[in-house]
Design a protein around this ligand. Sequence first.
Ligand code: B12
Ligand code: SF4
Length: 491
Amino acid sequence: MPDSFEHMPTVGIRMPNGALSALAGNVDPHHQVAVADLILVQREVRPTVERLVHEWQPALVGLSVMTFQRKTALRIIELVRALRPGVRIAVGGYDPSLAPEAYTDPTAAVDFIVRGEGELTFRELVRALESGGGFENIAGLSYRAGDGFLHNPDRPVYGIADGEIRLPNRDARVLRDYAFLGRPVDVVETSRGCTYDCSFCSIIEMRGRNFHTFAFDRVLADIRDARDHGARAIFLVDDNITLNVRRFEALCRAIIDAGLDDLEYLVQAMTSAIAAHGTTLAPLMRQAGFRYVFLGIENILDDDLRFLRARAKNALRANGKALGNATTTAIEHLHRHGMYVVGGLIVGNPDDTRESIEANLAFARRCVDYPYIQHPTPYPRTPMTREFRERGLVINENLEEYDGTTAVVRSEHVAADEIEFLRWRAERWMKVRHMRAVLKARPGFLLRNGRKMLTHTFRGGSFVKALLGLEDERRAFARYRAIRKAERLYV
Ligand code: B12
Ligand code: SF4
């Protein structure tokens, strides 16, 4: 999908979708597969789809969809159908898995829904299409039959350690130019799943509470393959790599021993794990090449953490005793070893007041290197969604705005617009501050793109006016929202 959100301006960040190359690597090798990450052609979606459909004449087109991308996905399906009426359409990923009913409507023109993990289901689907066989025995598949849809039983979560799931096929990519702050980037998985159950997270509904790991040989081969395809930065997209810290440490050592420490790594982590094991883990991470760590801080206030069900994963413990919040300790460990903290925080929870939101924003200003502050977003089937609905706090049903930085829920005390305004106003300056670090590490990139990045950060207003205190912030915010609304029409 081409849809991106505020914290991922494509001038700086264009990540490959890990699912698509994973699927391409797991269909039988005699099939021709093309992977087109439309994020790379955000402003030329229609001509690109037209060109690719013309060149490839596909028999089957699959789309990987998050909830906020649903509307775009349905429009692209319409376009593909118009270009090639006989084509079969499959959808997969978080949105089709958690809200299949949105894709079964005859107007959606979808033939297949792959629910949950996709490699084996998709491989079997392609085999069935090739042999003209039935679909009824393919676990995890929903398929159109007459006017309705049939839903086969779920596919059990796969163990992944046995090598059955082959490496991604990066040669299948037909669009290029993935980047993270000027460096070619790729994504690699080392594990799947998580055993926590944060109320805002889609993972648990997607696959239950479990944790499965790929063998190190496979992980290293995957990183090597990404490097051979030009990557200089690797994002480890595991749901929660820090669930097994000893394994993560061993992985860092394996990366160093394999000579893959010349790459820069980005990873998501829990504060409790980094705080508890930072003394040994953080130096190893740095040595292996880790540079940016996305920390799931979520909130610094206990009541909010309780609502988010994120207290346990943010608890500082020693000798079996809880000693408070782990965030500051985790950040200290990472900073001591020269890593940047991308601070994941969620503001605008049901009982949030202006003060509690400001307290989190002030913390981010003080302690994190780059903000990744979001509003709670009621994605399909998460426990948080139920509570927001029961309390009548959902104020926006436009799913294309469910991108995490648009406040679509209000709190009991603060209007949604106001919550978003507070976040937007605070974050712009935190982002500017990080540009100094980018200038030091990537002067060429910043000199070429700094202006564009500033323009993106301050769209709706002007950096210079804001700096001089001459900006009417409310009007700039209103203009920013109008720009954001308009740009969501990708096709
Ligand atoms: C890596 C990641 C990112 C990366 C890269 C995204 C990318 N280019 O793919 C970045 C940091 C950019 C990102 C950003 C966002 N993300 Co994100 N991200 C993830 C993460 C951590 C891992 C996804 C991944 O690559 N997994 C590995 C692949 C192999 O697995 P997979 O995607 O699940 O795919 C498998 C199946 O789903 C299925 N499948 C998937 N697609 C398809 C398609 C077909 C045709 C078929 C057959 C099967 C299939 O088969 C695949 C193989 O088994 C997840 C989960 C998590 N722990 O947080 C969230 C997650 C997907 N992100 C999410 C969201 C909301 C976002 C953001 C909107 C904001 C945010 N909250 O961070 C932004 C917007 C992105 C943008 N385009 O601007 C949500 C989606 C929720 C939802 N219901 O839509 C998730 C689930 C996290 C959560 N909040 O719970 N994200
Ligand atoms: S720890 Fe992370 S991956 Fe696990 S349930 Fe919580 S947010 Fe989701």
